[in-house]
Structure formats: structure tokens, C-alpha cells
Write a protein that binds this ligand. Structure first.
Ligand SMILES: [Mn+2]
Length: 325
């Protein structure tokens, strides 16, 4: 088993040795996914390398302020008519998380896998995985440090964004002394912390408030009061004019209820599939729970896709949660 320092050096070598990279992250990218994609892009631009940043879908509007955010190719709107031999995957616990972007990987592509999910299965020719890192952005903070590049406000803001969002505003248990030391450095570079917190964590769109209202009206609790769940249907999304990113944070409401150990948001995809977002108060490892359904994530925050109707998905998931309680 190689050390973290060895992995950092191997990743460095991978980035120096080749050219014309494809940088991708997971479907429905969150703050860490977007900022990690951009941080790798920023580094490659400093190194004078050719690179293309790509995601299966659009990046959330609230992250449009980030350096070169508009240069991440959105596969649902644009075409990318070629394949790449060198790919960097950030914040993707398994290969399938990259979604449709994988059609642009050459069959013999060399992959650099940079991630912090404990459920990462180690795909790729080079792996840089640190399961106790608060965010993939924290790993990029370390990686950027071993290059001769001069940090500016753009890269500092990108790294800060990943740290801020994956720690829930520096509140979750992953907010380590290391995170705060990094944050201290980033603030000293001029990052506007309060502005970013407002944009990324506080501000809500009207569709977001409307869909939250809908979701809350579906709240249910187990008889013991230790599991709480809500759901959102495609019709709710349509009626509220909500996008996927508007669902972010809703799952915290059931979990925040006193006495609840596991909170779940079920998002109905169609009559054959349901997406479940899981949050744990600490006693249950929801990553293990999600893995039972082919999903993954972190001990306290995870997700999975369940085949079946809403009723079937709820029944299956509740049964699995009870087994873990
Ligand atoms: Mn992350």
C-alpha cells in the first residue's frame, strides 16, 4: 500500500508526463465536483498543458462565479466529437459516476482517479485517494502544493468552494484542523468567505423553496421515530419549476428532527426507478447501506438508485435501514 505522499508524487508525474487531458467529475456535480474539476484545469493551464473539462450535465448556476466555470463542456447541451487518452476523474467513487462522459474515454485511456470517498474502488491507472480528506478539493490543495505554481484568488476560491460545501459550511465532523489550516491560507489569499457562504449555502431560488414545501408535506416517521423520510415526484419538480440542484439540502430536514438516526429523500425518477439520498446522525453508516443498492458515499451522507416504484423503494430501503439500526 503506497503512502499518501507517494500517491501525490505519482499524480504529479501523471500530470507532467502527458498532454491533452480530459477532466471529468460525477453526474449532477456538487460544489466539490465542480471546484475540483476547475482546480485541475487551473493547474493544467499553469503547466501549459492542453485540457478539456467535461460533465454529463450543466453545472449549478450558483457556481457560475468560479474561474472558467463556463468552459466545462456540458454534454447534455454540447457535443464533444472526440476521445481522450488521458483522463482525470475527480470526486468519483466509482467509474460509473462519470456517466455519459465515459464515451469520450479512449478504450485504452489512462485514468488518474482523485477522490476522497471511502467507497472508492480504486479504478484507474494512477490513484490518489484519501478517504479521510474532507473534500476532493482538500487533496487538490495538497497536490497543488507540490507544483511550482503561484496561487491566485481564482484557485484559492475554487479550493475554498469545495471545502466549504463538502463540510456543510465547516460544520460536519470532517472539518478537521487540516481543513481549517487550509482555509486560513485561502482566506489570506483574499477569498471572500461570507460572500461564498451566502451564494453557496444560504441563498435559495424560488423553485427551491417551493419544492422544499412540497417535500416537507410528504414527511413520514417510523413508529420508533428513528427514521424519517420525504419524497419528491417528477410532477412536483415540474409544478415548482425545480432543477435537480434545487433538491440539495432537503434531505437534511428529516435528519435534523430530534431522535432521527437516518433521514432519507426519495426522488422518483419514473415508475421504475427512485433515487434515495441518505443522511445519518452518526450511528448508522449510510455508505454501507447505500452499497447494498449499488450506491455509495460517505458514512454520514450517501446515495443510491433503487429499481421499482416509490412504494417499493421506500419499503426496501426502510427494511435495509432497520437492519442497520
Ligand atoms: Mn466530495
Amino acid at each position: 500500500m503506497q503512502s499518501y505522499e507517494q500517491s501525490l508524487r505519482q499524480a504529479r508525474k501523471f500530470l507532467l508526463e502527458h498532454d491533452d487531458y480530459l477532466v471529468v467529475s460525477h453526474v449532477q456535480p456538487d460544489g466539490d465536483a465542480v471546484s475540483s474539476t476547475l482546480a485541475v484545469g487551473w493547474l493544467l493551464s499553469c503547466l501549459g498543458k492542453k485540457y478539456t473539462m467535461l460533465n454529463e450535465g450543466p453545472i449549478p448556476k450558483r457556481m457560475e462565479y468560479l474561474w472558467h466555470a463556463d468552459q466545462i463542456v456540458n454534454l447534455s447541451a454540447e457535443e464533444l466529437p472526440r476521445q481522450f487518452s488521458h483522463v482525470i476523474c475527480v470526486d468519483c467513487a466509482d467509474f460509473q459516476r462519470v456517466g455519459l462522459t465515459q464515451h469520450h474515454f479512449a478504450s485504452d485511456a489512462l485514468i488518474l482517479n482523485i477522490d476522497h470517498h471511502p467507497t472508492n474502488n480504486g479504478y484507474g491507472a494512477v490513484t490518489l485517494i484519501k478517504p479521510d480528506a474532507a473534500a476532493t478539493a482538500e487533496i487538490l490543495f495538497d497536490l497543488l502544493k507540490i507544483f511550482e505554481v503561484e496561487w491566485d484568488i481564482d484557485i484559492a476560491t475554487a479550493v475554498y468552494t469545495g471545502l466549504l460545501t463538502d463540510t456543510g459550511g465547516f460544520r460536519y465532523s470532517n472539518t478537521s484542523p487540516k481543513v481549517m489550516a487550509a482555509v486560513s491560507e485561502l482566506l489570506a489569499l483574499g477569498v471572500n468567505g461570507p460572500d461564498l457562504a451566502e451564494t453557496l449555502l444560504e441563498e435559495m431560488t424560488l423553485p427551491q423553496v417551493k419544492v422544499l414545501n412540497r417535500a416537507l408535506s410528504t414527511l413520514q416517521l417510523s413508529p420508533e421515530g428513528d427514521i424519517a423520510w420525504l419524497y419528491v415526484t417528477p410532477q412536483d419538480m415540474l409544478d415548482c419549476g425545480a432543477a435537480n440542484e434545487d433538491l440539495e439540502g432537503i434531505v437534511n430536514y428529516p435528519r435534523n428532527i430530534r431522535g432521527v438516526e437516518v433521514g432519507i429523500l426519495f426522488k422518483v425518477i419514473d415508475d421504475q426507478a427512485v433515487k434515495a439520498s441518505l443522511r445519518s446522525a452518526g450511528r448508522v453508516d449510510v455508505a454501507a447501506l447505500a452499497q447494498a443498492f449499488g450506491g455509495g458515499g460517505h458514512t454520514r451522507a450517501a446515495g443510491a438508485r433503487i429499481n421499482g416504484t416509490l412504494e417499493e423503494a421506500v419499503a426496501l430501503m426502510l427494511e435495509e435501514v432497520k437492519r442497520h439500526l
